[in-house]
Design a protein around this ligand. Structure first.
Ligand code: GDP
Length: 588
């Protein structure tokens, strides 16, 4: 029988996929979990993940990727007073092809100073000027930010600068960037970078782009603008910006001004003394200090308004990345924000949003986390949650595989998330919410992220040797193992006199029946066949002298530490034992 074919777009929520596959969500969540992905029903997974999971589920289903996922641009009818706005430009490209260097060259700053601003998570937004015209730049550091942009910011992107290193050519993330531009209906400008390098082969890059990806350079009669640049030496940066403005002008980019401001939340975090610090990208309207804003279920009154670099702004119009304070709580990245007329309206809308969201949640059967918790309880397995970041797919796979080998019936390593690239603020946030330890292999921990990790008490461990990383995980697991309790019986005694039964201690005397009686030990009190209780032996005396041991046949006095007043009687028998805690190792 032929497989059923299901066509999917680039990403799909877990719930939708389960629907399409006609299997219970819990089964899908469980399978994802087995593969180290902790996903909730509403979480999106990418096509590749879906494909792997479907294969493992062994269903008669073949997944097919939709040829091109088209982002629906919201058709907004602009009013007569709409004004021209700056283009919003996403800078994308394969890792190490010089995206950061190019942004540095354009913005005339360095990464270090940008990181000091604490923006490493999600999309970062900047603005520059060329010939008196503003250009808004979106940076997607790392793959997470890239998919974040794909989900939330695609409709905003007017132009994509695709950075390709002339000495390395088209690579997987170059292709991803091209697909993104097509899906977002954005104009493309290719920046062929590193032309100062000896190994640079501009023609090869152009040939690859033209023959394999349908991007024909203008000078070859095509319509793709390609600019040869050197981010390092600052060559042709102005020309690149001119070209960006030129292609942006193909579309008459306008935005409404006379409308309550609205747009996208691109980053949010808490800062001491400031509260919620929220980065916004305005789409329409103009933001001013004192306005009331809502974003998702949170609202606030704009207390301060700054540009992307932290300089005070009087107002922020369309396509302006800005930083505001005044939100009561943190809005989520990707939330739509809008200005409302009053605090009352803000409060109402935010609570309405909350109600809608909770309705959605309660109808969403069981969440991945719930399910995981349930599964954990059933199996009584203890989990060590980890986040793994590595420099390359190869090392990541090998770490993930090796971690599985460390598991036993009691303990398991749960990879909350894993990915390629440096430790990001997002990783730290995730570590906080899942109480995970972050392990980095051959990656960096940027200073700004380190600060956040320290503040949030997140443990980040960096390694350059895989087995050292694994050894540490093993140590962590062993520390979680309940120690083994070893009891050794040393002797027994018959009570022949009870001298005191106090609230927390008793004094009695008796004869050692066998073995020896020692202080700092434990005793179980038996009356006939009945076991009464367990007590501690604080000290042992013989002829009013404290002694270290008393042997079979001898008489002695005992001071017992007791859990309350005990009903000790003559003829009761104490079996005396020592108790040690022994650390266990994974092999035991
Ligand atoms: P990203 O991963 O795309 O952000 O790449 P980076 O901007 O971090 O650059 C990766 C490496 O390439 C760094 O060592 C840069 O110094 C170097 N690089 C970037 N642009 C150029 C360039 O135009 N010429 C040369 N020679 N090196 C460059």
């Amino acid at each position: 029988m032929a497989d059923k074919v299901i066509t999917l777009t680039d990403t799909i929520t877990v719930g939708e996929l389960a629907d399409q596959l006609a299997i219970p969500v819990a089964r899908l969540v469980g399978e994802l979990f087995k593969n180290g992905i902790m996903a909730t029903v509403n979480q999106r997974i990418d096509f590749e993940t879906a494909q792997i999971i479907v294969e493992e589920l062994d269903l008669d289903v073949t997944l097919e990727k939709k040829a091109q996922d088209v982002v629906q641009r919201e058709e907004r009818t602009l009013s007569k007073t709409a004004q021209s706005r700056p283009p919003i430009v996403a800078v994308m490209g394969h890792v190490d092809h010089g995206k950061t260097s190019l942004l540095d060259a354009v913005l005339d700053t360095t990464v270090a100073s940008r990181e000091a601003g604490g923006i490493t998570q999600h999309i970062s937004a900047y603005q520059t000027e060329r010939n008196g015209r503003k250009i808004t730049l979106l940076d997607t550091p790392g793959h997470e930010a890239f998919s974040a942009l794909r989900q939330h910011g695609a409709a905003l992107t007017d132009v994509v600068i695709i950075v390709v290193a002339a000495d390395d050519g088209v690579k997987p993330q170059t292709v991803e960037a091209i697909k993104f531009a097509q899906a977002a209906h954005a104009q493309v400008v290719v920046a062929i970078n590193k032309i100062d390098k000896e190994a640079a082969d501009v023609n090869l890059v152009k040939t690859q782009l033209a023959s394999e990806h349908g991007l024909n350079p203008e000078e070859w009669g095509g319509d793709t603008v390609m600019v040869e640049v050197s981010a390092k030496q600052g060559t042709n940066i102005d020309k690149l910006l001119d070209m960006v403005l030129l292609v942006a002008d193909i579309e008459d980019l306008k935005a409404d001004i006379d409308t309550p401001a609205e747009g996208l939340v691109i980053e949010s975090h808490m800062e001491q003394g400031k509260g919620a610090v929220v980065r916004l990208l305005v789409e329409h309207g103009v933001l001013n200090v004192g306005q009331f804003l809502i974003a998702g279920s949170t609202y606030g009154k704009i207390r301060t308004l700054q540009d992307y670099a932290g300089a005070p702004l009087k107002d922020a119009g369309p396509a302006t990345p800005s930083i505001v304070t005044g939100f009561k709580q943190l809005p989520q990245f990707g939330d739509h924000f809008e200005v409302v007329a009053s605090e009352k309206e803000a409060r109402l809308k935010a609570s309405q949003y909350k109600q809608d969201a909770s309705k959605q949640l309660s109808s969403a059967t069981v969440t991945g986390t719930d399910l995981l918790n349930m599964m954990n309880k059933q199996r009584e397995v203890q989990y060590l949650n980890v986040i793994i970041k590595a420099d390359a797919q190869g090392s990541l796979t090998s770490i993930n595989d090796s971690l599985k080998l460390l598991e036993n019936d009691e303990l398991a390593v749960q990879v909350v998330s894993s990915g390629i690239g440096d430790i990001s603020e997002n990783d730290v946030h995730q570590a906080v919410s899942s109480q995970a330890v972050i392990y980095g292999f051959s990656v960096q921990l940027p200073i700004a992220v380190k600060r956040v990790a320290m503040r949030d008490n997140v443990s980040v461990k960096l390694y350059k040797v895989i087995y050292e990383l694994l050894d540490d995980v093993r140590d962590q697991l062993e520390a979680m193992l309940e120690p083994e309790v070893i009891e050794t019986e040393v002797g027994s005694l018959e009570v022949q006199g009870v001298f005191k039964t106090g609230k927390n201690d008793s004094i009695c005397g008796g004869k050692v029946l066998k073995g020896k009686i020692i202080p700092q030990s434990y005793a179980r009190i038996h009356r006939g066949k009945e076991l009464l209780m367990e007590v501690e032996i604080e000290n042992v005396q013989r002829q009013q002298q404290e002694v270290k041991e008393v042997f079979e046949g001898e008489m002695c006095g005992l001071r017992l530490k007791t859990p309350g007043k005990i009903p000790l009687e003559e003829k009761d028998v104490l079996t005396v034992f020592t108790r040690e805690l022994k650390k266990r190792t994974l092999a035991s």
